[in-house]
Design a protein around this ligand. Structure first.
Ligand code: FEO
Length: 187
């Protein structure tokens, strides 16, 4: 049974995961407006992954006897100065999220909650991947700089990103606006 304190912290984190999804969807819409369709698609995948992060936390709370609570989701930023600023924002955001997950894991230790501590290992591992992938994308966008042709090449490469939803979490449209399948349900 989850403690009240642990439940509240997990609810806060589920809310941050939903906010992350909202933020990446806002970035996707921004790239659509710039006609960088590959970047928009990459962000759409990112938004879908964050919804999975939120739902995994929701499911854990329910199964561990906590009460999931739907908190207000903050409105994300609407516009950015350039693609590189967007991806810098992604990288910064993922580092903040890693800190939040670390805090949660520390709370689980303080609460002697071994089950939650073990549940959070998946998120800690996921954050290593998220930081690495956002760093890689940031570097390629930085290298392209203000060269529109080079940015279009990066855009094309980012549009190739695909995502396998874990079984039971295909909760988000996973086809790009151009009709390209960017996600599928893992069997
Ligand atoms: Fe759910 Fe990107 O952290």
């Amino acid at each position: 049974m989850l403690s009240e304190k642990m439940t509240e912290a997990l609810n806060d984190q589920a809310n941050r995961e939903l906010y992350s999804s909202y933020l990446y969807l806002s970035m996707s819409a921004f790239f659509e407006s710039l006609k960088f369709e590959g970047m928009a698609s990459w962000m759409r995948v990112q938004a879908a992954e964050e919804l999975v992060h939120a739902m995994k936390m929701y499911d854990y709370m329910v199964s561990a006897g906590g009460r999931a609570k739907m908190l207000a989701v903050e409105a994300p930023q609407f516009s950015w100065a350039s693609p590189v600023v967007v991806f810098q924002n992604v990288w910064n955001h993922e580092r903040v999220v890693t800190g939040l997950i670390n805090n949660l894991a520390n709370l689980a230790i303080q609460e002697n909650d071994e089950v939650t501590k073990s549940f959070l290992q998946w998120y800690l591992k996921e954050q290593v991947e998220e930081e690495e992938s956002s760093d890689n994308v940031l570097n390629s966008v930085k290298t392209a700089g203000n060269d529109h042709e080079a940015l279009k090449e990066v855009d094309k490469a980012l549009g190739l990103r695909r995502f396998n939803f874990p079984k039971g979490y295909d909760i988000f449209p996973y086809v790009s606006r151009q009709g390209i399948t960017i996600g599928s349900l893992k069997k």
